[in-house]
Design a protein around this ligand. Structure first.
Ligand code: 13P
Length: 254
């Protein structure tokens, strides 16, 4: 089995101000121990990417973005291109977050196009998948995950997942304080890996699958201990330096 380096990514969403992110970044950078096994990524609002790049220095922490346009450039008011993100040293970009899907009407097809655009610009997409509460309750979790993944596999091809990360974020666990149990997370993560393995065993074995949804210092260890969980995508708890640092240090290499 491939050794997968854990990854812990902060998704700050639309939170913070210059005044609040400066001490937050300082706390995270100074508290991150060299023995942290995880690759640590921070995805701030776009307008703070320059500040992030400046403050991260040689901390080893990597910049990411929360979204991108599926188009290269042009008259698309308010959009941000993959190349612009590269200008600010972004390595990762989140695509298909459930908030984008639910609140901004992003379809599976658009998410797949964003995934490809990111990769074409040498960004590593963090593809979010996850079911709504009603879908889980009606037993449709796997159907939803399969549909979301297949849209990307069909457009980008299975080999594209060699340079991508998947985040399983059950919508009912995001920002609710309700976390999937470690077993519930493991079950879906194993299913994601199985789906990919139907196309390519090596890709399935190598890809990192993060869990997201109310991860905090108090529950990170038990979730990260699951065999198919390779780290986390962290919302609210990433806005507190001590919480986020504990979560980073909870992610151990296998
Ligand atoms: P919370 O950690 O606040 O539940 O958010 C998870 C998430 O949506 C990360 O992308």
């Amino acid at each position: 089995m491939t050794q997968r380096r854990p990854l812990v990514a902060a998704n700050w969403k639309m939170n913070g101000s210059l005044a609040s992110i400066r001490p937050l970044l300082k706390g995270i950078c100074s508290g991150l121990q060299a023995k942290c096994d995880a690759e640590v990524v921070i995805c701030p609002p776009y307008v703070y990417l320059a500040e992030l790049t400046d403050k991260l220095g040689n901390s080893g922490i990597i910049s990411g973005a929360q979204n991108l346009s599926h188009l290269e450039s042009g008259a698309f008011t308010g959009e941000i291109s993959a190349d612009m993100l590269k200008d600010f040293s972004c390595k990762y970009v989140i695509v298909g977050h459930s908030e984008r899907r639910a609140l901004y009407g992003e379809t599976d097809g658009l998410v797949a196009a964003k995934f490809m655009r990111g990769q074409d610009a040498a960004l590593v997409p963090i593809l979010c998948v996850g079911e709504q509460l009603a879908e889980r309750e009606s037993g449709d979790t796997e159907v939803v995950i399969e549909r979301q993944l297949n849209a990307v596999i069909e457009l980008a091809g299975i080999k594209a997942f060699n340079d991508a990360v998947i985040a399983y974020e059950p919508v009912w666990a995001i920002g609710t304080g309700e976390t999937a149990t470690p077993d519930q997370a493991q079950e879906v993560h194993a299913f994601v890996r199985l789906l990919l393995a139907r196309h390519d065993d090596a890709v399935a074995d190598k890809i990192r699958i993060l869990y997201g949804g109310s991860v905090k210092a108090a529950n990170a260890v038990e979730i990260f201990n699951m065999v198919d969980v390779d780290g986390g995508l962290i919302g609210g708890a990433a806005l507190d330096a001590d919480e986020f640092l504990s979560i980073c240090h909870a992610a151990r290499g296998s």
